[in-house]
Design a protein around this ligand. Structure first.
Ligand code: V47
Length: 371
């Protein structure tokens, strides 16, 4: 299958010719990280020049109670577990308001698939946050959660999305994609949305004008070819809808999961996966290096290997920290600026939909170029 050499791939990338599956497999089997990184960097610079994006956001996880209990997840709990929790609507509003003075532009809300909470709980959360902080964009509910809401509320996916949009939902995060492959999902997350359901939610959201991100959880039971097929599946849907904004490769953290015999992907593998994602997903505007999962050092280096976004300030992160993440839960804007400047890039604060808020000037760090 993998027949094309790196120099043939270079020629294609330079000419802007789409890479094939066989090219992708060649890249996956190569250890020439520097060459792959240079190619990815070339694509990154064509798309976003010297800019690196970040936002000022806060993550909120409404509940860790989940009927799915995926094998790779250390966050989820059964209802009867002593450390199971569910936030009341008042808790959520308090968490939202606690960051009112930080210049937050986005709430990122994802949760477990709770057995009893009604769909109205989620609708009310969106509309009440919007009511008190109308200027903040709400990016909430993975495609897996949306498919679950459709089941519990006996509504179509389109109806669920329309109601959430009406309540104030701004866009969808990219989680729950894991590996879009039947074999892998049956083995590690058989109780939640199938690949087709995940894709159908995204297609429907995009058709309703809701943008989304897409992720890939890699470094567990999947074969390398299954990673490539995942990327190609996303590329195909993006050709159809154009609704994906960014792609985020998520390295598997095994601690406290049901897959503890696996090792966390190494620095080399993380950078290679980010770079290959940039090369294959030629129709996705952004590749995000989620610093929480990569660690700050690799996230910074990734800015030379195809990534053009570091996600945001986050404030509180539970999913990766339950699985042994070594990063902090939060990062200040100043730290993000330092990481980006020191990589020779220009930091750009964006909103969720990639509208530019501020372009930062290196010489006079606090003097902002307001857009
Ligand atoms: O859906 C679960 C993954 C995702 C583990 O859209 C794990 O901008 C690693 O999707 N090790 C949640 N990963 C995080 C997510 C995300 C993060 C940042 C930005 C965006 C975005 C999305 O984390 C889950 C699942 O795929 N996950 N367990 C684990 N042990």
């Amino acid at each position: 299958m993998s027949t094309n050499s790196l120099s043939e791939i270079r020629e294609k990338v330079e000419k802007g010719i789409r890479l094939s599956k066989s090219d992708a497999l060649t890249l996956m089997s190569s250890n020439d990280l520097i060459s792959i990184g240079q190619l990815a960097n070339m694509v990154k610079e064509k798309k976003s020049g010297n800019y690196v994006y970040f936002n000022v956001n806060r993550h909120i996880n409404l509940t860790n109670i989940c009927v799915s209990r995926c094998k790779f997840c250390a966050f989820s709990r059964d209802k009867t577990d002593t450390d199971a929790y569910t936030m009341t609507i008042e808790d959520v509003l308090e968490a939202a308001q606690s960051v009112k003075n930080l210049g937050i532009t986005e709430f990122h809300i994802v949760s477990g698939l709770h057995p009893d909470l009604p769909f109205d709980y989620y609708l009310e959360i969106i509309s009440r946050i919007k009511n008190i902080m109308p200027e903040v964009h709400i990016q909430a509910f993975t495609a897996v959660e949306i498919a679950y809401f459709a089941k519990i509320a006996n509504l179509s996916i389109k109806e669920v999305l329309m109601k959430l949009k009406e309540a104030g939902l701004g866009s969808l995060p990219g989680g729950g994609a894991e590996i879009l492959n039947h074999r892998v999902r049956e083995a590690v997350c058989s109780k939640k949305a199938t690949s087709d359901e995940w894709l159908e939610v995204m297609r429907t959201a995009h058709n309703l004008g809701l943008k989304s991100n897409a992720t890939m959880l890699f470094g567990h039971i999947e074969a390398l070819e299954e990673r490539i097929d995942h990327l190609l599946t996303l590329r195909e849907l993006q050709d159809e809808t154009g609704g994906f904004q960014s792609f985020i490769p998520l390295p598997f953290h095994p601690q406290n999961t049901q897959l503890t015999s696996f090792k966390k992907p190494t620095a080399f593998e993380n950078l290679k996966m980010l770079a290959i994602s940039r090369l294959i997903l030629d129709n996705l505007p952004h590749i995000k290096a989620f610093w929480i999962m990569l660690g700050l050092k690799i996230a910074q280096l990734s800015l030379l290997f195809g990534a053009d976004d570091l996600d945001g300030t986050v404030v509180e992160e539970k999913i990766t920290h339950a699985a042994g993440a070594e990063t902090g839960q939060s990062i200040s804007k100043e730290e993000l600026l330092n990481l980006i400047f020191d990589a020779g890039r220009i930091p750009v604060e964006r909103d969720t939909l990639y509208n530019l808020i501020k372009i930062y000037d290196k010489k006079e760090r606090d003097v902002l170029v307001e857009t």
